[in-house]
Ligand binder design. Structure first.
Ligand SMILES: [Zn+2]
Length: 505
């Protein structure tokens, strides 16, 4: 699939379905976008007579000359945002593909309402590329489906002044979409293929492509070095755990740049939960829907995607991706309820439920992160079912004691529409994680505030770090088909963290 940015009038890309946006009105669209469409009286009449109203993601495909025009609703004018643009592009691309048509022309919508030209271009191309995602690696795709494939997405820019910004936004979107789709592939891939070793090899491949530093610590070494949190979880599996450290550094600043400039480079450490399959261990989960537990490495997938995109975009920050990849299996060698483990930090944990394993592996990741002296640490984890109960699939659970970091992450959530909702991390929640015989227990005995108490547990291993925890248990997978998020793996977190770093001033 090609993405082309072209200066042209609307409707002038021959062979492509021309997409038009429409703002919702009572009886008919209130307004068509871009504004130049109004000059085509015949087309405007056709749309008005079609009964099309312009509701969000409503579509109508109309014949025009020898080609087609696809009108996509943007919803009411008071709700317009860059997210509507992203959705419009996802919806449009999928309708065009479903009709067996090969080319789609998206207009660079008026920047006054949606934002700067580069941001709108980025949203359009991201929406289209993310919306067209399909996982076809493991099945024979029937011929009629194989032929339903879009070859070219053209971004149509009417004003020459917007061309450079549109190109920049579109190019960035291609890189970011590739990283999100990469994460979706890893999450969708079943656990017999996407093993801890597979994840480590993906990290190595990213390192090779972008000349990054990648260190993978083997299970035997983890044992020797005292990574007790990871080892405890991993010891029941025949697939050896892999501890992955993938580091991106920006190119050195040119000679003559100030020392202050060099010192200003921020270090972001991102810790990803990489449970490639979570059976629950000896505290085994019920079998209904257990197959979804291949997604328990979605945090790790996002971290890999973030580093991959950041390196391609040459972001001026240092990033350390830290991933604990392992299965959580029941077996003769698995850890048992009541076992006490010693984590990398030296703190001991009474493992009362082996299904609360994510926090055990993350405890070691967070402690390990300290050696990089990061300016920001964010962990991403499909951590608690309680988060799904509290926030469903629309909001990521955010927990941090750092107000500024919270507001920056919240802003990135608004920009990318990977929205976060903050839960308290008050100290009163802490004592529930104290054990009678060890420093900590890995679950409370009340079951209250499961998302928060999990974060309180993690906080014990993040002392001194400017740290935020993102619980993506509800947002990493969707059963609803959304305009640019087809049912299945979302790849959540990639766009959020890239936006966080990009706007870090
Ligand atoms: Zn679990």
């Amino acid at each position: 699939m090609r993405v082309v940015v072209k200066r042209a009038g609307i409707g002038q890309v021959s062979g492509a379905v021309q997409v038009i946006g429409a703002i919702e009105g009572e009886q008919r669209p209130e307004r068509l976008l871009p504004a130049s469409v109004a000059r085509d009286r015949a087309l405007v009449g056709l749309i008005q007579r079609s009964g099309f109203r312009g509701a969000s993601n409503e579509t109508t495909l109309l014949p025009k000359g020898t080609g087609w025009v696809l009108v996509v609703g943007l919803g009411k004018s008071k709700d317009l945002s860059v997210e509507r643009v992203r959705q419009l592009a996802g919806t449009a691309a999928r309708v065009v593909r479903a009709r067996g048509l090969k080319q789609v022309a998206l207009p660079l919508l008026s920047d006054r309402m949606f934002g700067a030209a580069d941001a709108v271009a980025q949203a359009l191309i991201e929406g289209a590329l993310l919306g067209l995602y399909r996982y076809d690696h493991l099945r024979t795709v029937p011929a009629h489906e194989r032929n339903r494939r879009i070859d070219t997405i053209t971004l149509v820019v009417e004003r020459a002044a917007d061309l450079a910004a549109a190109r920049k936004g579109a190019a960035k979107a291609e890189v970011i979409a590739e990283a999100v789709l990469f994460a979706r592939d890893l999450i969708t891939g079943p656990s017999n293929i996407v093993t801890p070793t597979y994840l480590a090899n993906q990290a190595r491949a990213i390192a090779k492509e972008h000349r990054l530093k990648c260190q993978v610590i083997s299970f035997a070494t983890l044992k020797r070095l005292g990574f007790g949190g990871i080892v405890g979880v991993a010891q029941g599996s025949v697939h050896p755990a892999q501890f992955i450290v993938l580091e991106y550094r920006p190119a050195p600043r040119p000679a003559g740049s100030s020392r202050r400039g060099r010192r200003a480079t921020k270090t972001f450490a991102f810790c990803g939960k990489g449970i490639t399959f979570d059976t629950g261990g000896i505290s085994i989960k019920p079998s209904a829907k257990m197959e979804l537990m291949k997604y328990d490495m979605a945090g790790a997938a996002a971290v890999l995607g973030v580093v991959k995109a950041a390196a391609a975009l040459k972001l001026p920050v240092r990033i350390v991706g830290i991933i604990a990849a392992t299965e959580n299996m029941p077996s003769g060698s698995a850890q048992k309820p009541g076992d006490v483990i010693t984590t990398l930090s030296g703190k001991t944990v009474e493992v009362l439920n082996t299904d609360a394993e994510g926090r055990l592996v993350l405890a070691d990741c967070l402690h390990y992160a300290k050696r990089f002296k990061p300016d920001v640490v964010v962990d991403l984890a499909t951590l608690t079912g309680a988060c799904v109960v509290a926030l469903g699939s629309e909001a990521i659970g955010l927990m941090t004691k750092h107000e500024q970091l919270a507001s920056r992450i919240n802003q990135a959530g608004q920009t990318t529409y990977e929205r976060v909702w903050r839960l308290p991390l008050w100290d009163e929640y802490g004592p529930a994680m104290k054990s009678d015989i060890a420093d900590l227990r890995n679950v409370t005995n009340t079951g209250e505030a499961g998302t928060i108490t999990a974060a309180k547990f993690l906080e014990e291993f993040a002392e001194g770090l400017p740290w935020a925890h993102l619980d993506i248990a509800g947002t990493a997978w969707t059963d609803k088909d959304k305009p640019y998020i087809p049912k299945g793996a979302v790849g959540v977190g990639v766009r959020l963290l890239l936006s966080l770093m990009e706007n870090w001033k």
